[in-house]
Design a protein around this ligand. Sequence first.
Ligand code: PMP
Length: 347
Amino acid sequence: MNYFRQKIHEMSGYVPGEQPPLGTKIIKLNSNENPYPPSPQALKVLQEIDGEILRRYPEPTGKQFRIAASQVLGVPDDWIVVGNGSDDLLNLIVRAVGETGKQVVCPCPTYVLYRTLAEIQDVEFVEIPYPDDYQLPVDLLIAAQGAVTFVASPNSPSGTAIPLADLEQLARGLSGILVIDEAYVDFAENHALELTKTYNNVIVLRTLSKGYSLAGLRLGFGITNPALIAELNKIKDSYNVDALAYLVAAEAIADQTYKTANAEKIKASRQKLALSLQELGFDIWPSQTNFLLVRPPQGDAERIYQRLKQEGILIRYFNQPRLADKLRITVGTEAQNQILVKTLNEI
Ligand code: PMP
């Protein structure tokens, strides 16, 4: 029985991290969620909801959110496109090029969804391996000339930063689209927004899921020139983001003070956690995100993942080439990190 396209039948699909029901007593360090609650200013909006907002369809392009975001980012609001999480925008971009004979190119290991989206569209996926120090392989990426090149900056699951000069060289050398996925930018030292002004082929993606503690809201956005945005708007779902998400997101992005304070706490905790894990003998990649890629001393990553799970601590284990001896750990609150280190010490 195969009613769908052969490709769909054959592919394994993206497998997200485990998402146990709310209220389950676990320490959840597996999906790079922010351990702190969303901005109180943003939550207040939900308490004051007027039913009229839900009776009507939302404004299709999220104008209210785009205006709030444009003030924070210093880009015009018609340079912003909104998605149901940045995953929605990644999907739109791959659908926009989706045609046999074209290629999606990524430095790998990186966010696995890029591959899945290419598979869904039947677009060839080309992996350019990162070296072990995660320097961006700029020349090889330029040589590949993908219809779309995705670079997560900072990268996941390595957490490593990418110098702006490398991204600029890539933007200049590619004739196709360069997507700079800045999901973790709120914990990083650099960003690439300026490149959108100079290079028509650059799309920068951001999300409210990490820095703004709103992974459940599902709101991501892209920054690029209005000509590309007009094309993406043609193929997006008419009402891809719901009216409540727009309202909450507009307040959240306006509350930069709150977001920055949490990011600073997480960056300080990241450093402390990295030191504690190093003392336990783990190798650590330098992170500019809210997580750490680590290699346990005895290379027994899967066992450690399973043992922590038994103890009620979820982290991420990727059973795939180059990652099977490593673990990705989201930086939690100080208390959560201490329990993690103590438990690791015991096991
Ligand atoms: N890009 C990267 C690199 C990510 O790690 C994630 C989160 N899994 C996303 C995009 C998607 O984020 P969102 O919640 O906005 O869909």
